[in-house]
Design a protein around this ligand. Sequence first.
Ligand code: FAD
Length: 411
Amino acid sequence: MTDFFTDAHDRLRTQVAGFAAAEVAPRIDHMERTGDVDTGLARLIAAQGWIGATIPREHAGMGAGHVAKTVIIEELSRVSAAAGAIAQASQLGVAKLLHFGTAEQKQEWLPRITGGSLLPTIAVTEHGSGSHVLGMKSTGEQTGRNTWRLTGRKAWIGNSHLGGPHGVVVRTGPGTRGLTAFLVEGDRPGLHIPPHPTMLGLHGFAFGELHLDGVLIPDANRIGEVGEGLDVAYSSSILYGRPNLTAVALGIIRAAVDHTSTHVLDRRRYDGPLADLPTIRERIGGMEGRLVTSRLTAYHAAASLDRGLPCDPDLMNAKHGTTNAAMTSVREGLEIHGAAGLVAGQPIARLYRDAACLRAPAGTDAVQLHRLASRTLGPHHPEWSARFPTPVTSGPYHPARTRPAGAAVPA
Ligand SMILES: Cc1cc2nc3c(=O)[nH]c(=O)nc-3n(C[C@H](O)[C@H](O)[C@H](O)COP(=O)(O)OP(=O)(O)OC[C@H]3O[C@@H](n4cnc5c(N)ncnc54)[C@H](O)[C@@H]3O)c2cc1C
């Protein structure tokens, strides 16, 4: 694992873990009990500058790359998957600007995102389309040379209730080249955000609806060319959504191991701790094994992005593998807790509900496996990671500046 991390990554990990313990942990009880969107926590996370992890320094970002981003999301998610989800959703919202934004758009938006005053989103999904992105019904029609009118409803949009700017993809013409992306500021007339529904898990994180009722948008807010919306959606989902959700899953797996091992060491049965029972040890061993594999898979994929290597299959496999591993480990953890795990407020019960929320976004299992099968069986698609290689080439996060061999990695 040391190959993936520089000293700067280690310092970042310590910093985020400290923040999570001091600022996130005390909020969990309230978020769990009320299910309310925690806008204060989102603002606090944004104020750290972490949404700018992959934003280049010339745009006031951290210029730290995907490994650093994974460290941030993992450490937040280890304490609260909702906090990790908040961080990942707006970093996902950054992708479209990095890949498709004009020089003026980057100049205007990226420093404000890094500064923490804006939490961008990417809004693709609708109730009637989901995995079938091209089935979307929201429309954008040109009302003059420089204005578009956007109409439709987006669903399950990460950080929906935090003001944007929202990166909305709508249909502007027929076929696969008939989608276009626009930036919609949170205060645009005609944009309505209905109350957030209570979800199964990730309490505190917003993933609700955006209603576009004839929102007028200047052409200057168009991201990419007319007809490039599918590319905007896919590149965001594949290059950011997949590694980001992988990182949330990794944090959940670590938390499941931590809470379950504490439980089996404390809980006494048959004159000794539960940890003495061979079947319990075997199940804890399985959880630890999934943690080791998930960590390797997650950081290998993120490091490949930072090195500018083509790695789409690694990203798909990481999302598929770690979210499955998280589901298995939280189920094992819950069963090992017995009835005690079912009490409201128990961390393992929260982790169980949170892990279930990672299955659908950035491609369901079926979608990841379908794409992986295409690698073997065809049809073969060009890799998004080859089209948008963004290696970290300088600064303290540059992989060449690794710690001396043998130096310790923080736990
Ligand atoms: C926590 C969370 C955060 C999210 N964040 C965002 C966001 O920021 N932006 C955004 O735009 N969206 C977001 N989404 C929405 C997410 O992208 C969708 O949930 C996802 O695209 C799947 O769509 P769906 O849920 O409608 O499921 P569906 O597409 O309806 O799938 C239902 C079932 O059918 C299966 N299925 C679908 N297609 C196929 C196929 N071709 N072959 C075989 N089986 C198939 C699926 O695997 C699944 O089991 C988020 C969702 C969640 C839960």
